[in-house]
Design a protein around this ligand. Sequence first.
Ligand SMILES: [Zn+2]
Ligand SMILES: [Zn+2]
Length: 352
Amino acid sequence: MNSNVRAYAAASAATPLGPFRLIRRGARKDDVEIEILYCGVCHSDLHTARNDWGWTTYPIVPGHEIIGRVASVGADVTGFKVGDHVGVGCMVDSCGHCEACDEGHEQHCPESTYTYGGVDRQDGQRTQGGYSEKIVVNQKFVLRVPDGLDLKGAAPLLCAGITTWAPLKNYGVGPGSKVAVVGLGGLGHMAIKLAKALGAEVTLFTRSAGKEADARRLGADHIVLSTDAAQMAAVAVRFHLIVDTVPYLHDTNPYIPTLRFKGTLVLVGYLGPLEPALNSMPMVIGGKAVAGSLIGGIPATQEMLDFCGKHNITSDIEVINMQDINDAYERMLKSDVKYRFVIDMASLKQEA
Ligand SMILES: [Zn+2]
Ligand SMILES: [Zn+2]
């Protein structure tokens, strides 16, 4: 049976988010109905709410770092029961039979359905995200949250965590790896924690000297000021992998000489042309690569959550009420958060 739930939505690119009523479908036979407890606030939420990428349909309920409790399950659901703590990330469905799906990289399925702003493959309804009391998701896209992991701090693992975990795993990071992270925000702080826990030696590239103490607390072994030519020269031909988390236009050229041969700089935060243009010279001469990586598949997301459970890794967060979301967006634009806002969904109960 459908249910009418409280949510927060943007009605247009120019209006702040406000209270909204949302119809959630009743659970189909392979669905899990989830009472949402916490939802992380990702830059994609803000970009989508404001139509920065030009593809938003309104009204839109953002949110794809969802942690909740199973409220009910459909008849064919096997892996989950009422009361389980679960997560939902950036996707809620995919075709299930293409090459990407077969390999567990559902994020690259041509028909993958995003958690918000997508179109449900069965009923054609717009998908709406986690800034709401409840969500109903096919069991294949529901993740198990390991026992003991702080639920609030686990929410950002569903996007920021998997986005940085995927390149670390895909490029074989482990003991002996030298990994650098560009940018210390929601993604960057997770990249440092995860790379360190995988056994890598971790360096943070930063433009501001003030971040050193925090970077070390998070696990960075070294901090390099990217504006200091001498410090950059000192790390020439050093890194196996650079995870570039900067979400806005920036110059990637200074980082390429710090890669070893066969080393790769992976962009995870920025979508768009690079300026100044990428100089191929150090890449060709040095046998280095620049690549991109998009979130991660469902098997990798579960693997990351299980790893975080074992190593007790969560995001550094600031908990807010749903009603604070518009202020939170403004603070995010100023990088004024350490390092992720997480909405306590109990605050939605104040709404009519
Ligand atoms: Zn996200
Ligand atoms: Zn597919």
